[in-house]
Design a protein around this ligand. Structure first.
Ligand code: ZN
Length: 350
């Protein structure tokens, strides 16, 4: 099949607001998918089927049995082969649509490397599982004027919002600071149902298709919040805090100050290998204190928890986490920084 043969997209082209012109714009687009877990695999599969011409997948993790419940694209064989998620996803996507180009990067996206992956990118999709990376994506989105679509899921609830740099509210217009580490439950503590991921990812991809095909007038201007278990849908209109209104506090990032603290590495968690101890230390940004009692309650069903006035110790699978009240955490059981960050995100959240 050639690029001129659009027959595989015929049902999509028949949708008149998109049409052949819109389809050709999708084929000429390049999307960066950050994270290749539950949301990321749904996002990437829909992009490939819709004929978004190029995508780059970035993920730091490998496929595990517990992923198969909700992470479409992955199979039991991927787990047996210990494949990195980005690589496994790339292989399956090529079988779904060989006409689209899929690049895979196995790495921990951070302030030091994200700018290497923006070349030619028209839009960024959020398939991450942590706020630190979302605020980093928000910084690059505003700085380089690349739209992105935020998405997040937990339990049976999800949130989604498209961000058009300097046109609509950015993540910091809405939440100037991320939630404190340890304050938000994680997928491991609260669980997650696959259905909400399909819903949120589908909404993210549709907003992406609107933006990439040039249909900006129909982009959803709301933060959409859905609770599939409680049968509630809410839309929160969030105006951009451009700083032009007298009574309005300007957004530190998309307002006149134009601060990019996550991109400059000022807000990111610091991590280091503790030599000879089979341990990694993670130091969250300053001022991010933890409520260790709350965290102990959250973790108690996932492993053994010990608490004394000075620290919390948590043992699960092969890892032992020692967490101090200032958030500093020593993860024993690995000397791999990416693995330690994954474990930290999984159990402590950030
Ligand atoms: Zn803003």
């Amino acid at each position: 099949m050639s690029i001129n043969d659009l027959s595989r997209y015929s049902r999509q082209i028949r949708f008149s607001a998109l049409g052949e012109v819109g389809q050709r714009k999708l084929l000429a687009s390049k999307v960066l998918v950050c994270g290749c877990g539950a949301l990321g695999t749904h996002l990437a599969e829909q992009l490939a089927r819709a004929g978004v011409g190029k995508m780059k997948l970035i993920d730091r993790d490998f496929v595990d049995w517990s992923n198969l419940q909700r992470q479409v694209l992955f199979t039991e064989q991927d787990v047996q082969e210990c494949l990195p998620k980005a690589i496994a996803a790339q292989r399956h996507l090529q079988g779904i649509n060989s006409e689209v180009s899929v690049e895979a990067e196995v790495l921990d996206l951070d302030s030091g490397n994200i700018e290497n992956y923006l070349n030619g990118i028209d839009l960024i999709l959020d398939g991450t599982d942590n706020f630190e990376t979302r605020y980093l994506i928000n910084d690059v989105s505003i700085k380089y004027k690349i739209p992105w679509v935020f998405g997040g899921c937990l339990g049976a609830e999800g949130q989604m919002m498209p961000i058009l740099p300097k046109k609509s509210a950015c993540l910091r217009c809405l939440f100037p600071e991320p939630p404190a580490a340890g304050d938000t439950p994680t997928c491991d503590s609260a669980g997650i149902l696959a259905s909400i991921i399909g819903v949120v990812a589908s909404m993210q991809v549709l907003e992406a298709i609107k933006i990439l095909s040039g249909n900006l007038e129909v982009v959803n201007p709301y933060l959409t919040m859905i609770d599939l278990w409680g049968n509630r849908t809410q839309q929160l209109r969030c105006p951009r805090r451009s700083g032009e209104l007298e009574h309005q506090t300007a957004c530190p990032t998309c307002g006149p100050e134009a601060e990019f603290p996550w991109l400059e590495g000022k807000k990111s968690a610091r991590s280091q290998v503790l030599c000879g101890r089979n341990s990694v230390q993670i130091s969250p940004p300053e001022g991010k204190g933890f409520d260790l009692d709350q965290l102990a309650a959250q973790l108690s069903s996932l492993g053994s928890v010990q608490r004394n006035p000075f620290l919390l110790r948590f043992q699960a699978e092969k890892w032992q986490l020692t967490i101090f009240p200032d958030g500093r955490t020593i993860i024993k059981g690995t000397e791999d920084l990416s693995e330690a960050k994954s474990v930290f995100t999984r159990f402590v959240g950030l």
